[in-house]
Design a protein around this ligand. Sequence first.
Ligand code: UTP
Length: 274
Amino acid sequence: MIKKCLFPAAGYGTRFLPATKVIPKEMLPIVDKPLIQYGVEEAMEAGIREMAMVTGRGKRALEDHFDINYELESQLRGTSKESLLAGIRHIIDSCSFSYTRQTEMRGLGHAVLTGETLIGHEEPFAVILADDLCVSDSQGVLAQMVEVHKRHGCTVVAVEEVPQNEIHKYGVIAGEEIEPGVFRVDHMVEKPAAEVAPSNLAVIGRYIITPDIFDILRETQPGAGGEIQLTDALMQQARQGRVMAYKFKGRRFDCGSVGGFVAATNYFYHMGRR
Ligand code: UTP
């Protein structure tokens, strides 16, 4: 039902400088796989095969990662290492990839609007911020959200409870819980001070969005931090009761921060040894 996933991946990743001076943040590996590949695999698990990426200057490695490297493949063919490329080869063979560039980093809302040319206005689409790495014992987080979207037919944002001292980093929602773990959003605010935050439910980097968001984003003025905020545009939809917040089952690592990145690395390293 959801066919396309947008990956805004144009940010500078300043928290990882100097590592991200030349290497896109999304190409940093958790153990042996780049963040962006975890995101694409989660989208595939949700039944999506059309991947659309918003990149920027210096991010060409993302395109190369999802392309065949004939020289490498022919070198490894028939050796014990051939299997190491099987996973990425399967992705390349099963999915299509399209790219556009955000020329000025004007915020996540602007990045999503830049992706309009790849997504179109026909149907709802998913958004994954690959620096939020999600794991789940059962169904992947985006697949869970597709189920919620099927039931309600509107925009769905993933939320999790965050501690008071971290709330100012997130978009925060308020709303009525209409079924276990699903809230009809009536208020959303980006990066509120903890004292005025409407709840402790923070939006993380997973969305299913109806395409009217593009027209809304075109009219959205810069908000918190002088950036065009996706949260502000989603608030327009929420005013009409068309946004659900879903408390997902699973765990999220904020791999855009050094602490979250190290925690994810430990988690996947120990998983691999089990
Ligand atoms: P972040 O603010 O976490 O990413 O944006 P950043 O700017 O790359 O990182 P820092 O804060 O400087 O370390 C969240 C997501 O939105 C994308 C980023 O690539 C990231 O996936 N983004 C953000 C864009 O694509 N364009 C923008 O203008 C801003």
